[in-house]
Design a protein around this ligand. Structure first.
Ligand SMILES: Nc1ncnc2c1ncn2[C@@H]1O[C@H](COP(=O)(O)OP(=O)(O)OP(=O)(O)O)[C@@H](O)[C@H]1O
Length: 324
């Protein structure tokens, strides 16, 4: 693949997907089926969110994609080549941040990068400092480059890990839970950095157990539950596949709840001055009219835009509930 020109490589990615797995399965030695028949297609140029509760198989999948462990069965193609066989030629095109960056606490941010770069036999030593400088710039660490890494906040460490991944031009970035353990400010910083990195056309594959994170950052997503793929596609399409909640604002919540149930609404929940429900399969104007006819003082009536969470609940019949 080294012989291919960049445009040829991009054309190939666009056709087959930057990542494409077929029937990818991993059963650990203890018998645990961690990933079960996964068919995943990651389009070129997407920011692809790999979403699932803890233990759903995300890390195991990423480790197979990176050639760190072999699948029990099925195939994984990354940048057009079969893994784990092609790991040596494929991995140089991938920037990865998996399970937190391995940093030397006693070295400065810049020296960590220089050391990381020096471990890459293809990296020209004459341009090393310039590479480190521009990677620091991209992740916003120039001002803190001289500080020891052990004095960095978690968010700064994560950004330094990203800088390592960005030392060379990459066609694909793979980030495993990049905001895990960060405070809200740190999360915001990493999210906006990911958006920025993607804006030049680099495909970004990131895992998360946070639904709203995926909605905020990603163009595409795949949802995992218990090792299986529940759904994948463009985030806008996934959310559109589910109906949002009907919300009625009224002081007469008891009567409103009764009428909504009578009209066929599901999961009716009354609280303070609002009743929410899964909308019934009928013209909502009729539902509104029925409320008014029953004497309910309707002060607000509408269906909220469906979120990815609604889609997940609709698809699995479960809440997207994660412990930690
Ligand atoms: N090395 C291993 N040996 C045996 N079982 C494992 C191993 N690694 C993971 N598992 C099991 O495989 C399942 C999937 O784990 P995995 O780490 O891939 O999920 P995950 O979605 O990445 O979750 P998390 O966000 O908690 O890392 C879990 O039930 C886990 O306990």
């Amino acid at each position: 693949m080294d012989a291919r020109s960049a445009t040829e490589a991009e054309r190939q990615d666009a056709g087959a997907g930057v990542i494409a797995t077929r029937g990818l399965t991993k059963r650990y030695r203890g018998g645990q089926l961690a990933v079960d028949g996964l068919d995943l297609t990651v389009p070129a140029g997407s920011v692809f969110g790999f979403l699932g509760p803890n233990g759903s198989g995300k890390t195991t999948t990423i480790r197979m994609l990176m050639g760190l462990i072999a699948p029990t069965s099925g195939t994984a193609r990354v940048l057009g080549s079969a893994m784990p066989g092609a790991a040596r030629t494929v991995l140089p095109h991938i920037g990865a941040l998996i399970e937190g960056p391995a940093l030397y606490g006693h070295l400065s941010g810049r020296d960590n990068l220089l050391r990381y770069d020096a471990a890459d036999p293809t990296a020209d030593p004459r341009t090393r400092r310039a590479r480190a400088g521009s990677a620091l710039e991209r992740v916003g660490l120039t001002a803190a480059a001289g500080k020891k890494a052990k004095a960095y906040s978690l968010g700064m460490k994560q950004r330094l890990g990203l800088a390592c991944a960005l030392l060379q031009p990459r066609r694909l970035l793979v980030l495993d839970e990049p905001t895990n353990g960060l405070d809200p400010q740190g999360m915001r910083e990493i999210r906006s950095l990911v958006r920025e990195l993607a804006s030049d056309g680099t495909t970004v594959f990131l895992s998360s157990h946070l639904l709203d994170e995926i909605e905020q950052v990603c163009t595409h997503a795949a949802v995992m539950a218990r090792g299986r793929l529940i759904v994948q596609g463009a985030v806008a399409d996934l959310a559109a596949g589910a109906r949002g909640r009907l919300t009625v604002t009224t002081p007469d919540t008891g009567e409103a709840a009764r009428v909504l149930k009578e009209q066929g609404a599901g999961d009716v929940v009354a609280a303070d001055d609002q009743v929410t429900a899964d909308p019934p399969e009928r013209d909502l104007a009729e539902v509104n009219a029925a409320l008014v006819a029953a004497g309910v003082r309707v002060r607000g009536f509408g269906v909220e835009r469906a979120s990815l969470e609604d889609a997940f609940v609709a698809l699995t019949g479960e809440g997207f509930d994660v412990a930690g």
